[in-house]
Every structure is written in C-alpha cells, then in structure tokens.
Design a protein around this ligand. Structure first.
Ligand SMILES: Cc1cc2nc3c(=O)[nH]c(=O)nc-3n(C[C@H](O)[C@H](O)[C@H](O)COP(=O)(O)OP(=O)(O)OC[C@H]3O[C@@H](n4cnc5c(N)ncnc54)[C@H](O)[C@@H]3O)c2cc1C
Ligand code: FES
Ligand code: FES
Length: 1337
C-alpha cells in the first residue's frame, strides 16, 4: 500500500479553464479525467495503449530548460493525470464547435470526406492541430509524420491527407485539380466532359487564423517562474511524488528502492493496464533539469535520461546539419530508428532513459546504443558510475545491471570517425508505429586507408531475451578483408550464433534467423559502397558493389501519396435542390470533427449508474470446477457478481441457432468465454474486482486449428455442396491438372469504437431501454428479451451511431448487451460497459480463417475446364452466421470465371476459438481469394501472362453461374478494359521487367484482378425493410428506417433519397436514431443492401405522404411545402406514414441448385503494382487503379469513400493483419501494439479510383448499386502483385512454376518465399519436433 501522506493540489488548465484537483489519483489517466470528470467526451478511447491515436490531445507547457512554451500531441490514454501539473491541455472541444465556429482543421477533414464513422476523427484533428500550432506551414512529410500514431479503419486515409494537404507548403501533386506543370497524373488519359474529379472545393475552406487559438495561460507562466517544490499526490493504492531536484530524487530512491520512475509512462502505463502491475510509489523526475540537459562533449552528445525522443530527434538533426558526415553516423542511425519508432504522440513524451531501462529485447534504440558503445551515467545517493552499454549491461529479460537505488542520469551518444561506418535496421510487420521483429545496429572500423576490419560490433534485438552482440562472429572477422569471403564467413557464423529455439517467443523463427543474415548483407553492401567511394577519393582503389545490388543499400523510402477520383457528374438540368448523385458530405461529419457527435459511451452518466466488467475463461476447453469471489467482493465499490444463475429467462442464446450461453455454466469452450460479470461503482473498481475472481478448471483437450478439426472431423452441420457440370469429364478433357491449397488468415474488425452497451431499467412492467453500438437493433431486443424472460415489447433498443461495425456488431454485440441487461435487471440500476480493446479482440471473434484445397483442370491455352474445391472455415465455438458465410464463400468460389465443370464443398470447423462472425465480404473474399490462387497457378504452369489467362476465363453477358443465376448487365468487361487502359498495364509490365532485370534484391510485380459480388442477404427473409416518416406542422421531417449508421453514410444517402421524393431540401429532414419502437423487426445493417432496402421503404412511405399532400399542393400550386403540410394537418390528414419493401424474386435452394440467391451483382476491377525487398520481405504499394461499378451513384463521395475504405481493409487482410494464437488457443494479438491494421503509410503512392460511367442498375433505387462490401476483394490485386514480384525473385534462384503463398503476404512469408542462399542457411525445424509459439488457425 502507498504510505499515508498529505496531498498537494494538482493545477492545470483544460481548454482555457483552470482546474484545481484536490484528490488527484495517480492511477487515473487524462483520458478518464476528461471523459468522466469533465464530461469532455470528444476525446475517444480506442485502445488505452497509445496505439490508435483516438485519444490525442495537445499539451502545452513552459519548458524551463528550453525556456519556451512547447506544444505537443499526446495520447491522453497513457498520460497520468498527475503528470500534468502546470500544463495546459487542449481537446477537440477547445478548438471549435458546430454551434460557434469550426476550426479549419475540423472543417477540412469533414468537407474533404475524411470522416466516416468519425471515431478516429477527433484524434486526427488534434494531431493536425498540434502540428499547425508549432508550424503553420508544414511540409507534406511533416503532415504524414504527425499521423504516424493515428489509425482510421473506415476511410482508407486518402481523403484525410487530401483535406490536410491544403495546409501544406509543398502540396506537390494537385491530384489533377490544377494545371501545374509536372503533375504526377499528367500522363493519364484526358477526362471526358461528364466526368468529375471534384469531391470538395478547397476554395470554400476558412483560412487558418492562429490568432483564434487559446493562448498559454499567463498564470501558468507566473507559477512556473516561482520556486519549485516537491509534490505528492495520493490515490487509493498509489503515491506519486514529483521531486523538485536531483538530490531529492536520489534521497527518495534510496528510501524507496522499489519505487518506479515514470517519465513518459509509455511503458509503465502498459504494464499497469495490461500486465496487472501495481507500483505503490511512483517517482516523476521529468522536471529535473539534470535529466533534461543536452551537452556537446569531445566524444559525442550527452542527453539527459528524461529527454524525449522528439527532442533527441531535433538535436541530432541539428548536429547532422552542422557536423561533417563521417562524425555523425551513429546519429544518422538513431534518426533512422526514430523515424519508425512509435507515433508522434509517443515520441513526444517517451524518454530515451525509459527505452534503455525497460530493457526490452526488441527495443529499437538499445542495439544502436550497444553497437556504438554508448556510455551511461548512473547515480545514487552513494555516488556516480559510468557504464558502457555492452553485452553485460542487459542481464536478462527486461533486466539491467543498474542497482535498485540507482537512477539513470544520462547517455552519451558518440561521434564516429573516418574509416568508421555505422548502420541501423528495423524490420517490423508494418513500417510505421510498429514493434520490431528484428532490429539491429552495426558498427565497423577499418584499419586506416584499408578495407581490413579493425573493430566490428553487430548488435541485434529480437534474437534473444535481451539485446545481444554477435561476439563470436565479430571476433572471426577482425583482421579480414571486407570481401565476398568475409561475407560467406559472416553468414555461416551468424546463422550459428544468432540461433533461436524453434519454440522461441514471437515465433517466425526461420524468418528472424534469415533476417539476421540478410540485414548483415545489407550492411556489408552499404559499407562496401561507402568505403569504395571514400577510398577512391583518396586515390586508393577499392571495388564497388554490382549495380544490380545497389537498391539493397537504400533505406526504406516512400513518396507522398497522390490520387485521382473520378465519377460521373449529375445530368445536366438536375434541380439545384436535388442532391441525389452529388458528393454531399456525410451529414454528421462536422459534429464528428468537433467531438460533438455522441457515441454510446458518450451518453452522460445516469446518477446511480454502475459499470460492468466481464469475467472470462482463460482456458480454451475446460470444465469449471469452482468460482471463488471472496477477494472480489472486498474490492471497494463492488455491488454484485453475476453468473448463469442470475438469468431470469433463458441462458441459451445465439443469432441464428441458440447454441451459445450468456454465461458459461459447467464448461468453457474458448478463451474469452464469458463466465460472469462484476458490477461496481466505477470502471476501475469493476475491472479490478473482475481480475480478482478465481476460477479453477479441469482442462480438456482443445481443437484450435482447421487442421486439428479436420483430423478430429469436428464440423458443424450441414456440409454444403454446390456443383455444376461433370467434374470427372472436365478433368478428363484437361491438358493439365494442378492440386494445391491456400490458407487465408482471419481478421479482426478493429472498429475504432469497441462494443458498448448501456441498459436502463424502467421499473414498470419489466421494461428496459438499451443504448447499444450494434448493427442489429432488433436482434439485440429479441435476445435481451429472451434472457430476461419478457416479451420483446418490453425492450427498446436505440442506436444513434456506431464508431464502425464492419460486420463485427451484426450479431456479437448481443453478447455484451444481454449481460449488461441482466445486470441492470438484477441491480435495478443503469449499467454500462464498453469493452476494452483487448477484451473486445479476445471475446468477439472476427473474420473466419479459411483453408481452400483445390484441384484445377485446364487447357494449354489457360482455359480452365474443371475445378474441384474444398473449403474449410474456422467457425469457432458456436455457429453464429458461419453457415451463411460458408454459403457465400461457395457462391463466390469461381469469382468472375466461367468454369464449365465445377464443384465446391464447404466444411465449418467446430473449434475452441471464440466464435467467428460476419466481416465485410462475409466469406466472399475468402472464396474469391482461393480462385485467384488457382488462376495464378494456371497462368504460371502455362507460362502465360496472368492477365491473359484471367481475361480468357472471364464470364460474358448472359453466362450462368454455378448456382444457375444468369448474369445480366454484366459490366466486368468494361471495368477490365478501363482499368487496363488507365493503369497503363502493358507499359507498366514492360517497365517492371526492365526494373527487375536491373535489381537483384528488389523486385516489382503487377496484377489485375476482377471481382463480382452478389447483392442480397442469402437468408431470404432478411431482404425486407421498413421506414417511418413523420412530417410535423412546421414542415420538418423526422425520418426513421431500419438501418443503422456506422460511418458508411447510410443516413446521409437516405436523407438524399427522401429529399428527392418529397422535393424538399435536406435541411428539413432529420434522422435522429434507429430504434426498435419506431421501425420493428428490422434486418441487421449488413450484406451491403441497407441502402437498397431502406431507401425503397423510405420511398414507399414518402410516396404515401406525397399522395396525401397532393390535393393541397394542387389547390395551392404557388404555395410551399410548409403551406401544404399545414393545410393537410388542419384538414385532419395523417402526416405520418410507414413504408415497406421486400426484394422480389429471391430464394435459392441448395439441394436443387435452383432459384436466385442474389438480386444483382456489383462488379469492379483493380490493378496494383508493388515493390518488394527480397532481403526483408517488406513491400511498398506503388500504384493502384480501381474501376468500380456502383450503378448511378447516389453520392459519389460516400461511394468512393466506401471503395477506398474497403480496399484498404482488404490490403490489411491480404498483406498485413495477422491474428496469432498459442497452440492452446490463447490470442496474443489483443491490441494495436501487436495487431497491425494499415496506417497512413500503407496507402498506395498513386491511387486512382473511378466509378464506372453509364452503368445504371435497374434493380435498385435511382439506378444505384450496393457498395459496402464488393470493393474489399480488389485488394487481392496487391497480394497477387506481391506474388508476381516474388516469382521474379525466385527466378533469380532458378525456381519457376507455381508456388504456395498463404494470406496475408506478411514480410516473413514474402521473405521465406524469396528462396536464396540466406534462407537455405536458416531452414525451419522439422514440424512435430517442437511446440511452436503460435499456430495458424
Ligand atoms: C504505442 C507504443 C509504441 C511504441 N513503439 C516503440 C518502438 O517502435 N520501439 C521501441 O523501442 N519502443 C517502443 N515503445 C516503447 C516505449 O515507448 C519506449 O520504451 C519509451 O522510450 C519509454 O519511455 P517512457 O519515458 O515512456 O518510459 P516510462 O514508461 O516512463 O518508463 C519505462 C521504464 O524506465 C524506467 N526509467 C525511466 N527513466 C529512468 C531513469 N532515469 N532511471 C532509471 N529508470 C528509469 C522506469 O522506471 C520504467 O521501468 C512503444 C510504446 C508504445 C506505448
Ligand atoms: S486510446 Fe489512446 S492511443 Fe488508442
Ligand atoms: S472514420 Fe476513421 S475510424 Fe471511422
């Protein structure tokens, strides 16, 4: 327990208002304080680990050592409230508002369509605001860097950058919006007259006027100039001490040797939150001047241990500009590491000392410091000592040689000298803001005027439990010539020395070992080149490297993205007030940008509200022996523990079949299975108590992987089959037959807003009101009613908006809402819960992993004749929607190709993973991905260009699918031709071949991929929708329909439709929310059909109203809408109408293979070009061209937003995102730290999106088409471009023909597939001889 002490007052400012907090709790973060204490809910919680940027705010403080006011962005989720004494905090609410004045940063992101669900928007706004506050005319690079710590799951980032480009001084490409010479798009085709590229008009933007910004509070300036004193803040469990000087700090450290020093809290904060650590005494040395100084010495630069990484970056850049290059090689290496170190918000607060002292084996700085032999000064009350960071400094996993009573005072980073060369490399799954897989610093000194090695230090992170030096290898190389023979020696020695156990934590063992060698090879080449240059200047001959090896010496660099979006303009003569077809901004975008949009957890707290925390299983398959809640009930504020026995109705639940429990009773069937829940007065208390519940289990053997399920024949029924033609005959006719398989990994939804529910009991008749972040209000209502044992009419479910859904909130939201409702029922009090990101990822499932096994028969021409396919999905521990998902995978198994003889069988594997569920594309992408795999094999086997083979097999108008549906209005041919032309495919292909001839270690690849996506719920009954339209006597209209808004712009489109039908401007129409008491029995907002269905229902209701108003309009033709409405009212005409729609001619029978599963299809084609680094497996998305058929777009801005957002989500799925499970079924990847969704840096450098022109769709409202899911699969073009590049790399090693590549094409898979001498030195261990750290599920 923390000692008893008197507490100081914490004084800081928020948005210009002074706050004096008498009871500052050291355990409370700024984010909690803002949201809960101040009600400033604009700042969002997305992850609580500094990895998403949703919580970004700006902190301003007077920096006594720099003697100036500094402004910087920080993650409020990691900033302890106690660290803010005498600081000024600015939140999104502080810079502008829709009701007063918008800040240009808020206005531009909204108007440029950079806000869809809006949950990331305040954080992005604040990152940009902080940048501009320091630098009103930033460069594009500075803008990109400012966003390294921000994620967005909806937009695909392009529109955000596009909007903010308008602040940049070097905006470069005009996106063809201007006529500047040298525009990167100037080679493209001319744009026809009725096409438009103008999604927004920058001339409307308010100029940036910094005189409107808050000034730094003068009171703080005065206070800071006053005497400093020690501060103490004490909470329930922790004492925070801020010593005023170094002597005090050393005294305190000797009194409390176990006390934790905290500077940026970016490491300690994570330990407390996610590793359940408790540090009763915290010492905050951030303000002590000796720990903040920067000092130039003869040997290098000394940085105080509390210097932030941002400050170090600035100093090193300055030093580099002033000193000769041979002196600053270590500085250059540190800067290279810092370029890819976390995001800006973290770098602004994280201290160099914190990185060293954490002693993480994958620290990015420690290998550099170790290779450079940096000196550390350690201090204690007893004195000072200086130690070198060498192989003795890190004594074990996260341990150092520093004594408990010591502190780190400073680090000296040395200068280099002539004849010395230094490099650093980091390889991570994602370039930006990611933790390294392998990271290293390499330092060599040559004997003067020679290429003989005098000194060599190779330091690696990610190759052991600590940062290590390859001592043996270095020893063997001393005295040798820097040549090919040395390289061979080094590699064989490193392969032995940098060995890893096949079961090593982190997995990817062959890859990590290969990387150790490959990175050395890069260093070897880089040094050889530099030495040659330097010696040649001195007149000494030294051999340079081969020209085709040069690109291996280049550090990762990507140009700033540029883009073009093209769409068909509205027809000439369309009325001004008719907004259908116009690129109207998302109607909530401005509120989202100011933080005023209300999400579920932003609803103000009820007075007697409780918070709920879940108690979940830690075992994948086990019997529950006992549950002990003794310690739990002793936690302050705890009100109740809930389990199966508290359920008044039924414990059985599930969206399609009732095969799940609300609370596990005797048995758990996955890690994360909900066993119970705690309700308490605060979130902190509820979570602490939940952690204190002790459960004992008897473990049973789990089934985790698809492979294990196949071996145990663990499948859900039914096993689906879809067949057409005669397979046997097809294979007989074929010239070639290939068999193969492909595994496609799962995907986490990573909606920025996690699941959230608030249940409010109504006291009468068992009524309850629920506010839920769900795509399915009716399912929520139904399952809550079932669990509570009341009729559905007692339950109202309300949904204002979601911070993203993507299918993840279609059914799995009911898990939480049911538990929360039971808690509200039991306690009679409102209960709320918003899952933490780690819980959300653990519990709620994601996209199904799939295994596809295929046998494909084809002719020498590449014409595919027969396909036999078996699909396996990892469904998890309950059915959920797995059957429909498997059906859709089978419906899409041929993608766009006409295969005369085809048969597919689908097995849903029953495993002990959390149940997988709907995710954008709903099985379709997995089915199509396997199709493109065998299509690639066919092209490779026939030695024909892949585009030619694809085109040869593509359907034609009127062809029939394997499920006997005729393809009408089939636009793939148009999309294909336009995409080929605008991507300049054939020219690119030639350029790529030339590039690949000239580069041995970087290769480029290209691929063009079509997609066809069936539109309709495959469950026929779901294809219905309702609407309710009220017209009030003032003429305003309240519109309600069955769909929910999750950022996809549904409400905006629905208002556009209603506005056209009623002939009134959109400002008269409001959609307030979706609720079960206005439109009942709604289908989930899913399957891309919500616009189609709900718009028709709205149309139907509005038509009824128009008909009723018609007499009043005829009798008063010169009157206006309000006149007619009033007249109708006085005439006692109902001004409220319901609307209904059901999709005609649907219904498919699997047994008979007849009937129509889909109303129509959406089509698209994409072409992507990539570049891979064959030595690291890294890739760059160079260029993507997309042509998408969305019919006649209702709103091109929203549709292009959907295309780009879906495409980037697909890029994540196929190239980046990986859920990693232990063999026992424990999910490792539970947050943005380990699970990487695409960031700003992952978008293609050139992106061109065009909506197919002149393609009206007769089957949907105003000739439009569904767009939400279909474009996702187009990202497969990136995957197959990578595969194309790998094929070029393999050809260098003499390997040709088909080869396997599972999805995602992560760096390790890419590197392992680029077989060469390095990979052969690091072969994988024999399967079955070890237990891997992670398994492919
Ligand atoms: C989202 C995110 C991304 C990250 N990305 C990276 C990355 O790319 N690469 C990487 O290497 N790391 C990364 N980290 C880790 C972390 O940011 C760094 O280790 C950082 O430098 C820690 O500094 P801090 O001031 O926040 O440390 P704190 O959390 O305040 O402290 C960390 C540890 O250092 C000790 N300590 C601090 N100062 C002293 C001192 N003067 N004397 C003695 N002990 C001291 C503390 O007691 C504590 O044990 C990331 C972290 C997050 C949250
Ligand atoms: S919530 Fe703070 S970074 Fe994600
Ligand atoms: S708009 Fe960025 S996460 Fe939804």
């Amino acid at each position: 327990m923390a000692p008893d002490v008197d507490c100081d007052e914490l004084l800081f400012f928020v948005n210009g208002t002074k706050i004096v907090e008498k009871n500052a709790d050291p355990e409370m973060t700024l984010l909690t304080y803002l949201r809960r204490k101040l009600g400033l809910t604009g700042t969002k919680l997305g992850c609580a680990e500094g990895g998403c940027g949703a919580c970004t705010v700006m902190v301003s403080t007077f920096h006594p050592h720099m003697n100036k006011i500094v402004h910087y962005s920080v993650n409020a989720c990691l900033a302890p409230i106690c660290s803010l004494h005498h600081c000024a905090v600015t939140t999104v609410e502080g810079i502008g508002s829709v009701t007063t004045k918008l800040h240009p940063v808020q206005e531009r992101i909204a108007k440029a369509h950079g806000s869809q669900c809006g949950f990331c928007t305040p954080g992005i706004v604040m990152s940009m605001y902080s940048l501009l506050r320091n630098n009103p005319k930033p460069t594009m690079q500075e803008i990109e860097e400012a966003f390294q710590g921000n994620l967005c799951r909806c937009t695909g980032y392009r529109p955000i950058l596009e909007g903010y480009k308008t602040f940049a001084k070097d905006a470069g490409c005009c996106g063809r919006r201007g006529n500047e010479a040298g525009c990167c798009m100037s080679n493209d085709q001319e744009i026809d007259g009725d096409l438009s590229m103008k999604l927004f008009d920058p001339s409307e933007f308010t100029p940036l006027d910094q005189t409107q910004d808050f000034i730094f509070p003068p009171e703080l300036l005065l206070l800071d100039k006053g005497a400093c004193k020690q501060l103490r803040f004490k909470g329930e469990r922790v004492l925070w001490i801020q010593p005023s000087n170094l002597t005090e700090l050393l005294d305190l450290k000797s009194q409390h040797p176990t006390a934790k020093l905290v500077v940026g809290n970016t490491e300690v904060g994570i330990e407390i939150k996610f590793k359940n650590m408790l540090y009763p005494v915290i010492l905050a040395p951030g303000y002590i001047s000796e720990l903040n100084t920067v000092q130039y010495t003869e040997g290098g630069i000394i940085f105080g241990a509390a210097c932030s990484l941002t400050l170090i970056r600035e100093e090193l850049r300055k030093a580099m500009s002033e000193l000769p290059p041979h002196q600053t090689q270590v500085f250059q290496a540190v800067l290279e590491q810092l370029q890819w170190f976390a995001g800006q918000q973290i770098r602004n607060v994280a201290a160099v000392g914190g990185n060293i002292m954490t002693a993480s084996p994958i620290s990015d700085l420690n290998p550099v410091f170790m290779a450079a032999g940096c000196l550390l000064t350690l201090l204690s009350k007893g004195g000072k000592r200086v130690v070198k960071i060498d192989d003795k400094f890190f004594t074990g996993y996260r341990k150092t040689a520093i004594k408990p009573e010591e502190i780190l005072l400073s680090i000296e980073i040395p200068y280099t000298r002539k004849g010395q060369y230094f490099s650093a490399y980091k390889q991570a799954p994602r370039r930006e803001d990611d933790i390294a897989i392998v990271t290293c610093g390499m330092n060599i000194v040559f004997k003067e005027g020679t290429t003989i090695v005098e000194e060599l230090h190779l330091s690696y992170g990610g190759m052991a439990a600590t940062t290590v030096l390859a001592q043996n290898t270095s020893k063997q190389l001393i005295g040798r010539e820097w040549d090919e023979a040395l390289l061979q020696k080094a590699c064989s020695s490193l392969a032995k020395e940098m060995d890893l156990d096949p079961s090593a934590p982190g997995g990817l063992v062959p890859y990590r070992r290969t990387l150790a060698l490959s990175l050395f090879f890069k260093f070897y080449l880089t040094v050889k080149r530099k030495v040659a240059q330097d010696l040649n200047v001195q007149g000494i001959h030294a051999e340079d490297i081969r020209d085709d090896y040069a690109s291996a010496t280049e550090l990762f660099h990507k140009d700033f993205p540029s883009s073009v979006q093209l769409f068909q303009d509205i027809p000439k003569g369309q009325l001004k007030q008719d907004v259908v077809g116009r690129p109207l901004m998302h109607l909530s975008a401005l509120k989202q940008a100011t933080g005023e949009a209300v999400y579920c957890d932003d609803i103000p707290r009820y007075e007697n509200e409780l918070y709920l925390a879940l108690v979940t299983s830690t075992k994948a398959h086990a019997e529950i022996l006992s549950i002990d809640i003794k310690e739990t009930m002793a936690v302050p504020g705890v009100v109740s523990f809930l389990s199966a026995e508290n359920i008044p109705g039924s414990n059985m639940t599930g969206p399609a079949v009732y095969d799940e429990t609300v609370f596990a009773e005797d048995k758990v069937t996955c890690v994360g299975h909900i066993i119970g829940a705690i309700v308490a007065d605060t979130k902190a208390h509820a979570q602490r108590a939940a952690r204190a519940v002790k459960i004992s289990y008897k473990e049973l053997k789990p089934i985790i992987t698809i492979q294990e399920a196949i071996e145990s024949q663990s499948f859900y029924e039914p096993i689906r089959k879809l067949e057409r033609g005669n397979l046997r005959q097809g294979f007989k006719e074929s010239d070639h037959i290939i068999e193969g398989e492909m595994h496609i990994g799962g995907q986490e939804h990573f909606y920025m807003e996690t699941h959230c529910s608030l249940a409010v009991p109504k006291r009468e008749d068992g009524e309850m009101e629920l506010f839920v972040s769900t795509q399915s209000a009716s399912k929520t209502q139904q399952l809550v009613a079932k669990a509570l044992g009341v009729p559905s009419n007692r339950i109202v479910c309300r949904v204002k908006r979601m911070g993203g859904g993507f299918g993840g909130k279609e059914t799995r939201s009911t898990l939480l809402s049911t538990v929360v409702a039971i808690a509200a029922h039991k306690t009679g009090r409102p209960v709320r819960c918003m899952l933490d990101r780690d819980e959300d990822m653990l519990i709620t499932g994601g996209r199904h992993p799939f295994l596809g096994r295929y046998k494909v028969g084809f002719m020498k021409t590449g014409r595919v004749v027969a396909l036999e396919l078996t699909l396996y999905s990892n469904a998890g521990n309950s059915m959920d929607l797995s059957l429909s998902i498997m059906e859709r995978a089978l419906f899409h198994m041929e993608n766009c190709y006409n295969i005369p003889h085809i048969g597919g069988t689908g097995y849903m594997c029953k495993t002990n993973l959390p149940c997988n569920t709907a995710f954008r594309g709903f099985g379709g992408p997995q089915g199509m991905m396997v199709a493109e795999c065998w299509m690639t094999d066919v092209a490779m086997k026939c030695c024909l260009p892949a585009d030619q083979v694809r085109k040869l097999n593509i359907y034609k108008e009127g062809d029939v699918t394997p499920f006997n549906q005729k393809l009408e209005q089939f636009t793939i041919a148009q999309c294909w031709e336009e995409c080929l032309l605008t991507s300049q495919y054939h020219q690119r292909r030639k350029d790529i071949e030339e590039f690949n001839r000239q580069n041995r270690w970087t290769k480029r690849g290209i691929s063009i991929i079509p997609t066809k996506f069936g539109i309709s719920f495959t469950a026929k009954f779901l294809n219905q929708a309702g609407a309710l339209v009220h017209v009030y006597t003032d003429g305003s209209v309240l519109l309600t329909h069955g769909g929910t808004e999750m950022g996809q712009g549904l409400h905006t489109k629905m208002i556009q439709v209603a506005s056209r039908v009623l002939g009134i401007p959109i400002c008269k129409i409001l959609i307030s929310e979706t609720s079960t008491n206005t439109v009942p029995n709604t289908s989930p907002t899913a399957a891309s059909v919500s616009s189609d269905l709900n718009a028709m229902a709205i149309y139907n209701a509005c038509e009824k109203l128009l008909k009723r108003l018609e007499p009043y309009q005829s009798s008063n033709p010169k009157g206006c809408w309000e006149d007619w409405v009033k007249a109708a009212y006085f005439d006692r005409v109902s001004l409220s109408a319901t609307g209904f729609y059901k999709t005609p001619d649907l219904g498919y029978d699997f047994e008979k293979n007849e009937g129509r599963p889909f109303h129509y299809f959406s089509y698209g084609v994409a072409c992507s070009e990539v570049e891979i680094d064959c030595l690291t497996g890294d890739h760059k998305n160079l260029c993507t061209t997309i042509v998408m058929d969305v019919g006649i777009s209702l709103n091109p801005a929203i549709d292009i937003g959907q295309v780009e957002g879906a495409f980037m989500q697909g890029v994540g799925l196929f190239t980046l995102e990986e859920l990693r499970y232990s063999p026992e079924g424990v999910l490792y990847t539970r947050g943005p730290g380990m699970y990487k969704i695409p960031g700003f840096g992952d978008i293609p450098t050139k992106l061109r999106v065009s909506l197919l022109r002149d393609a009206p769709n007769a089957k949907a409202i105003y000739s439009s088409k569904a767009v939400g899911e279909p474009p996702l699969f187009l990202a497969a073009s990136v995957f197959y471009a990578i595969k194309d590049a790998i094929a070029a790399a393999r050809a260098e090693s003499g390997l040709t023909g088909p080869f396997p590549l599972d999805s995602p094409a992560s760096p390790d898979r890419v590197r392992n597939a680029c077989v060469d001498d390095f990979t052969s030195l690091c072969p994988p261990a024999k399967p079955g001889t070890f237990t891997p750290w992670a398994v492919e599920v």
